[in-house]
Design a protein around this ligand. Structure first.
Ligand SMILES: Cc1cc2nc3c(=O)[nH]c(=O)nc-3n(C[C@H](O)[C@H](O)[C@H](O)COP(=O)(O)O)c2cc1C
Length: 150
């Protein structure tokens, strides 16, 4: 199954750590949306979109991929890391970008990610040490289940 993950991980590389743990042992193309904005996604059977959460949104480069490059009717999934909270919830920004794409959303994984944005830096940051080993293992299991279930 041809698989890609389009990601942006611009703060501390937290999201990249998570997706690296997820795809270990699988052949998955990792597309850094902030650096490579023009990849064709049409040949992929499964596409993940992964991002830190910035001002409650996915990174603009990932949202642009969803809006401009995601073909209709694809199997997709989401990954995010954030400073506060760990439960996965699809941000409204991603929902809007998906309009008209009729995707099959296979799931989402989220965990905490070290956050030194703005005033949090003064208190040593939020979610220090995250993603941690257990979150990376959960991420690996999430992807394994998703991939094998298709
Ligand atoms: C500019 C900026 C805005 C952020 N906004 C939020 C936010 O709205 N909610 C949240 O929980 N975390 C927020 N964070 C924390 C990041 O989501 C968190 O550190 C994430 O793990 C960063 O992922 P990355 O290292 O892959 O870029 C923000 C961080 C930055 C730098």
């Amino acid at each position: 199954m041809k698989t890609a993950i389009v990601y942006a991980s611009v703060h501390h590389g937290n999201t990249k750590k998570v997706i690296d743990a997820m795809v270990k042992g699988y052949e998955v193309d990792l597309i850094d949306a902030a650096k490579d904005a023009d990849r064709d996604l049409s040949s992929y059977d499964l596409i993940g979109f992964a991002s830190g959460i910035y001002y409650s949104k996915f990174h603009a480069s990932v949202l642009d991929y969803i809006a401009e490059k995601l073909p209709e009717n694809k199997d997709i999934f989401f990954v995010c890391t954030k400073g506060a909270g760990s439960k996965f919830k699809l941000p409204k920004s991603a929902e809007e970008a998906l309009e008209g794409k009729n995707p099959n959303i296979k799931g989402g994984y989220s965990c905490k990610g070290y956050d030194t944005f703005g005033p949090f830096k003064l208190i040593g940051g939020l979610a220090k040490g995250h993603p941690d080993a257990s979150e990376l293992e959960e991420a690996r299991k999430f992807f394994e289940k998703l991939y094998k279930g298709l």
